[in-house]
Design a protein around this ligand. Structure first.
Ligand code: GLU
Length: 445
């Protein structure tokens, strides 16, 4: 029997998820979908100072909005007993050791090494303390913190994205796993959860490659086979800068509030830097069939807002009337099918509809009209009834009577009639706006 695939996304609830974070979530979710597996959301909230319930709720809402279906949710803060059990086992087997240095002492050690151009690796001094020295520290009121003892060997693994990877654990400090206040740091609880939840595949950003090398030693210390890892290149913005939790413009919440279609966000996120062509996908199921982690590029993937607008526009133009009505209601607008049909291929984002609704059904004010040209256009404006040929007839008459053509001819008319420099075909728009309003707009009223 083949093993059931279990993946997980493990955000810390210390800020809003951004497009870079959800890239990791999507890779894991799509991988589980592709192999009919399960997808777990694990909230890494052991840092009680920085973790916030509101962010946890927002993460759940964001994933839901994107269409990522979570099979199970776990919070690390509710699993401390389990971590302590495994931790005790590591103590018993001497895979971990107590340390007594203060943060200041560690810092000066680090600085001394750096000054001598040596790698700032922890020297394991606490491993060699005598009983008296330890007693002295304890009497001084110092509380021990704990480190995991790395083997000093190379930790090798076959990465789903990068192929053969080798992490030299002798180039790393023994990781601190428990703070002096007894709180767990990231590495060990992550390994314990991955074991406990039967995670088979861990896909995450390439900033975690070294952690994976370290965690493999923890899996082995606990006596478990490590899962399969895959590290994807990180997402960067148009300027090549990484996304940050502090930049709310690229947050999923922000994109939702700007009325982007979730599948536009998903489609772009998953097609940049992968072998998947940029395309407005209908569903995550469809994307999952195309995803091949081994085909991911190695360069950082660039997320561009202009591409997002394009995909969004593409998806909007293909939505059925019911779906559009629903979305319009949610932004306080009313569906007008005539308007929608004409503008749907010309808008990047749903709120633009409101503007077009106003242009067609409401009133606008345009300044700086070219009075003489408007007067000429008005004189030649065909009388009602109007039909499909009205625009062409009108334009050819204006052309005959003026020396204008191209942009000089169309742009002033477009501006006068719609107030904008671009938009859907005027041939169609004028029929919706109607004779009286067009006349008034040419007059500047
Ligand atoms: N909370 C960690 C992070 O957000 C999880 C990393 C992981 O194990 O996937 O970076």
């Amino acid at each position: 029997m083949t093993e059931k695939i279990i993946t997980r996304f493990a955000p810390s609830p210390t800020g809003l998820l951004h497009v870079g974070n959800i890239r990791t979530a999507l890779f894991n979710y799509l991988f589980s979908l592709k192999f009919s597996g399960n997808f777990i959301l694990r909230i890494d909230d052991t840092d009680t100072q920085r973790s916030k319930e509101e962010y946890t709720n927002q993460i759940i809402e964001d994933l839901n909005w994107l269409g990522v279906k979570v099979d199970k949710i776990f919070k690390q803060s509710e699993r401390l007993e389990i971590y302590n059990k495994y931790f005790q086992d590591l103590i018993d087997k001497a895979f971990v050791y107590k340390c007594y240095e203060t943060p200041d002492e560690l810092d000066s050690k680090r600085k001394r090494l750096v000054a001598r151009r040596m790698p700032p690796i922890y020297d394991r001094a606490s491993l060699f303390l005598s009983e008296q020295e330890i007693k002295k520290y304890i009497d001084e009121g110092r509380k021990p913190y704990w480190r995991f003892k790395l083997s000093g060997k190379r930790s090798n693994f076959d990465d789903l994205v990068r192929g053969e990877v080798s992490v030299d654990t002798s180039a790393q400090s023994d990781p601190v796993i428990v703070r002096e206040d007894g709180g767990f740091l990231y590495n060990l609880p992550s390994v314990i959860d991955d074991i406990d939840m039967g995670v088979t595949n861990i896909i995450r950003g390439e900033d975690h490659v070294t952690n994976s090398g370290i965690q493999i030693e923890m899996f082995e210390a606990i006596g478990k086979k490590p899962p399969t890892f895959g590290h994807h290149p990180l997402l960067v913005d148009e300027n090549g800068e990484p996304f940050s939790k502090r930049n709310s413009a690229a947050s999923i919440k922000g994109l939702k509030e700007k009325n982007f279609e979730p599948m536009a966000v998903n489609s772009l996120n998953i097609s940049i830097g992968t072998s998947i062509e940029v395309n407005a996908f209908q569903s995550l199921e469809v994307i999952s069939k195309e995803l091949e982690l081994s085909q991911l590029g190695r360069a950082p993937a660039r997320f561009s807002m202009s591409q997002l607008f394009k995909l969004n526009s593409n998806i909007l133009s293909r939505l059925d009337t019911e779906a559009v009505s629903e979305r319009l209601n949610s932004i306080g607008a009313v569906m007008d099918e005539e308007i929608w049909e004409i503008i749907k291929s010309n808008i990047n984002n749903l709120p633009e509809y409101k503007n077009w609704y106003n242009i067609v059904r409401g009133s606008i004010k345009v300044d700086d009209l070219d009075g003489d040209f408007m007067k000429l256009a008005l004189d030649l404006l065909p009388p009602e009834p109007w039909g499909d040929d009205t625009w062409a007839d009108w334009i050819s008459k204006i052309k005959e009577s003026s020396d204008r053509k191209g942009k000089d001819l169309f742009l002033p008319l477009r501006r006068a009639i719609t107030g904008l420099n671009a938009g859907p075909e005027l041939k169609k728009i004028i029929l919706l706006i109607g004779y009286n309003k067009v006349k008034n707009r040419l007059l500047g009223n």
